[in-house]
Design a protein around this ligand. Structure first.
Ligand code: GLU
Length: 447
């Protein structure tokens, strides 16, 4: 899609100032592509430099993380925290531990997080962090030592009213526990609200683990309702097998759908009769195994090492693995096989040409910053519980999550209508969230 001359100029500046950060460029471009009608209506945003200001992180922290493995060998990784925008509240966003992490990945995630967090309607800014540390195959003690070393540097930059990290790929309850333990030791404070995604026993929120996956399914369900449909009886493909994918499977099952395929970086499993949530949960959360092991106890399931999960026929696809996992080839296969709805549980899993293929072929499409916002929204609920030293029931927290996802869907849908692009959730999400961030920035003045 072409950009107007003003927006193209802004985009060129971002590319020039952030060389080699392809994912960051992609995320910025997608937002700018939605903003033409906004700046027509609000020239004051251009006047106040809101676009270049929102594209430049407030602060980028890069640090060395030394740690010792079980054999005593010393390793050196790189740690990041990008504090992107705090117009709406303290920086908020996860930490990703994965070998693919570099500054461009953290910046794309931090940029997305600003708008995702704005969509939740809650008082949270946007940030992201992580490391190129590879947790795969590491012992529990190695993970602990890495987390402690990572927090030794990070602790000086975060705080319940400053910046509140959480999990992302490679960072779950275990890692958050070790990070929180080290923060507590270094500061001497039991500052619960400094991290979210904690275990229940150390101030975590019920339903946080489930929230991103559940939220994605709730969002898709709202889209289906508009045409009088539901998940009932529908075949669903869920890529990934982490936290988001696992709990998307549970919620699809609860709503009467059948998940026929899941994946990890080694390949995918497929079972036409439907995957068993409890077995998947046990395999991934308790045994920390690979998805291929599922077939050992399930003779009707097959593991396919070389191929694309998007070749599996389905009515609904939920990409819940990682960025750019669903490209034009995958999109064409889904369209050919009759898929009518795609909702992103991961951050930016669909490439721009895949998204164009969906929209031009009438496939309903929900971008991650709207459809996966349930995770961070429940993190904000965890912050609320911590601030009031309270602990809510699972049912109450899930009901709040549901209400928030219904609200995000409505905001995206109505904004798309208002700006003349009915049914375009990318436009709706980008515009609704940008307006909220831009108004807050205007109110705060030039700071
Ligand atoms: N990493 C998650 C996301 O991409 C959650 C962040 C959080 O809970 O702060 O939104």
């Amino acid at each position: 899609m072409e950009l107007s001359s003003t927006l193209q100029e802004e985009f060129d500046i971002v590319v020039r100032r952030n060389p080699g950060e392809a994912e960051f460029h992609q995320a910025v471009r997608e937002v700018l592509e939605s903003l033409a009608p906004v700046i027509d209506k609000h020239p004051e945003y251009v006047e106040s430099g809101i676009i270049p200001r929102v594209c430049e992180p407030n602060r980028q922290i890069i640090f060395k993380v030394n740690w010792q493995d079980d054999r005593g060998r010393v390793h050196t990784n790189r740690g990041f925290r990008v504090q992107f925008n705090s117009a709406l509240g303290p920086y908020k966003g996860g930490l990703r531990f994965h070998p693919s992490v570099y500054l461009g990945i953290i910046k794309f995630l931090g940029f997305e997080q600003i708008f995702k967090n704005a969509l939740t309607g809650m008082p949270i800014g946007g940030g992201k962090g992580g490391s190129d540390f590879d947790p795969k195959g590491r012992s529990d003690n190695e993970i602990m030592r890495f987390c402690q070393s990572f927090m030794t540097e990070l602790s000086g930059h975060i705080g319940a009213d400053v910046d509140v990290p959480a999990g992302d790929i490679g960072v779950g309850g275990r890692e958050i526990g070790y990070l929180f333990g080290q923060y507590k030791k270094l500061t001497g404070r039991y500052e619960s609200g400094v991290l979210t995604g904690k275990a229940i026993g150390i101030g975590g929120s019920r339903a946080r683990t489930e929230a991103t996956g559940y939220g994605t399914v709730y969002f898709a369900n709202e889209m289906l309702k508009l045409s009088g449909e539901s998940f009932d009886g529908k075949k669903v493909v869920v890529s990934g097998s982490g936290n988001v994918a696992t709990y998307a499977v549970e919620k699809v099952n609860q709503l009467g759908g059948t998940v026929v395929a899941m994946s990890d970086s080694a390949g995918y499993i497929v079972d036409e009769s439907g995957l068993d949530f409890e077995q998947i949960r046990e395999l991934k959360e308790v045994r920390r195994g690979r998805i291929s092991e599922y077939v050992d106890a399930n003779p009707s399931a097959r593991f396919i090492a070389d191929g694309s999960i998007w070749d599996v026929p389905c009515a609904i696809a939920l990409p819940c693995a990682t960025q750019n996992e669903l490209n034009i080839g995958g999109a064409r296969a889904l369209i050919k096989n009759g898929c009518t709805l795609v909702a992103e549980g991961a951050n930016m899993p669909s490439t721009p040409d895949a998204i164009r293929a969906f929209t031009s072929n009438g496939v309903r499409f929900a971008p991650g910053k709207a459809a996966n916002a349930g995770g961070v929204a429940t993190s904000a609920l965890e912050m609320q519980q911590n601030a009031s030293r309270d602990s809510w029931s699972f049912d109450h927290t899930e009901a709040r999550l549901h209400e928030i996802m219904v609200g995000i869907h409505a905001r995206c849908y109505e904004t798309a209508e208002e700006y003349g692009t009915p049914g375009d959730y990318v436009m709706g999400a980008n515009i609704a969230s940008f307006l909220r961030v831009a108004d807050a920035m205007m109110a705060l003045g030039v700071i």
